[in-house]
Design a protein around this ligand. Structure first.
Ligand code: TA6
Length: 291
């Protein structure tokens, strides 16, 4: 079953359209703004795998904090500092092309498209087409195709900026980044080598330009979350901790303790140059492993 509704935030209806999905394998909620999945709850779990801020206002055009926003065509600060961070794809209303249901596997396939427009060309002059398929079943799969439909090559960086629900950030370990080099954004992008699992005792903001593409979020006594993005070279690990969460203004008091971002994409040295007429594909799979 699926239906288009208005996003309800804290008992307030917003102007944002969402696709609500319910099947024998999972429930999910996907905003047409940013083609952003906001919640994904496999039937064996009591809550969503993805965290969504309770302090979102749901203002059209303002990226919702939580779920899986797509940062495109740049990750982080704008290269010349003239545009908002993380690009514009997450702020645009995408075209919902199709919803299909695979009865045998209890999977909904949801197809979105975003193409350049006069509005996007004012921000970024290139002609592009993004196709995103979100497949909601016993695991969550995202398939992104980036196509250069213009006459000039362009460069882009991107990331799925995924927010995962955790019980208590201080008890979280991220595995899969051992021995990877990272840039510490909180130490002027100084480079370090990841010694072991990533744990959290303070604000953490690390870019791993070249990483394994396979990560696990581990919390004692809880299910593990498997993240697979084999074609994404880069990863980012982020938690704002208390002070930055307060500065951001759209994270409820104390709620910074209940999420961790494990982001997959192509960042920094792994920025992509796409020739005119070419396309490239990326995949992300998220699976909640019951213990
Ligand atoms: O991915 C980590 C990060 O780049 C942080 O530096 C922080 O800015 C975060 O993204 C959130 O960015 P946003 O623009 O969504 O508030």
């Amino acid at each position: 079953m699926h239906a288009i509704k208005k996003l309800n935030l804290n008992q307030q209806l917003t102007d944002l359209d969402v696709l609500e999905i319910d099947s024998p394998s999972c429930r999910a909620c996907i905003a047409l703004q940013g083609a952003q999945i906001l919640q994904y709850q496999p039937k064996h779990r009591a809550n969503s795998v993805l965290w969504l801020s309770k302090a979102n206002t749901g203002q059209v055009g303002k990226a919702l904090r939580g779920g899986i926003p797509l940062c495109f065509p740049w990750f982080g600060a704008h290269p010349q500092g003239l545009q908002p961070a993380h690009g514009f794809a997450r702020n645009q209303i995408w075209e919902l092309q199709n919803v299909s249901y695979d009865q045998a596997q209890a999977i909904h396939h949801v197809d979105f498209i975003l193409q350049d427009s006069p509005e996007t060309r004012k921000i970024w002059s290139h002609a592009f087409r993004l196709k995103l398929r979100i497949s909601c079943g016993i695991s969550l799969n995202l398939d992104l195709q980036v196509e250069n439909i213009g006459s000039q090559a362009f460069e882009f960086s991107f990331a799925w900026h995924s927010y995962f629900q955790v019980d208590q950030i201080r008890q979280v370990e991220i595995h899969g980044l051992q021995n990877a080099e990272f840039m510490d954004k909180l130490q002027s992008n100084q480079r370090f080598c990841e010694a072991d699992a990533v744990t959290f005792q303070q604000e953490t903001d690390r870019i791993y330009p070249k990483a394994s593409g396979h990560y696990q979020i581990v919390q004692a006594g809880h299910t593990a979350i498997e993240i697979a993005a084999p074609r994404c070279a880069s990863a980012v690990i982020w938690n704002p901790w208390q002070d930055k969460a307060k500065r951001l203004g759209d994270i409820a008091e104390g709620d910074w303790q209940h999420f961790v971002c494990v982001e997959c994409g192509q960042i920094a040295s792994e920025t992509v140059r796409l020739a005119a007429g070419s396309k490239v594909d990326y995949q992300l799979q998220i699976t909640d492993i019951p213990i």
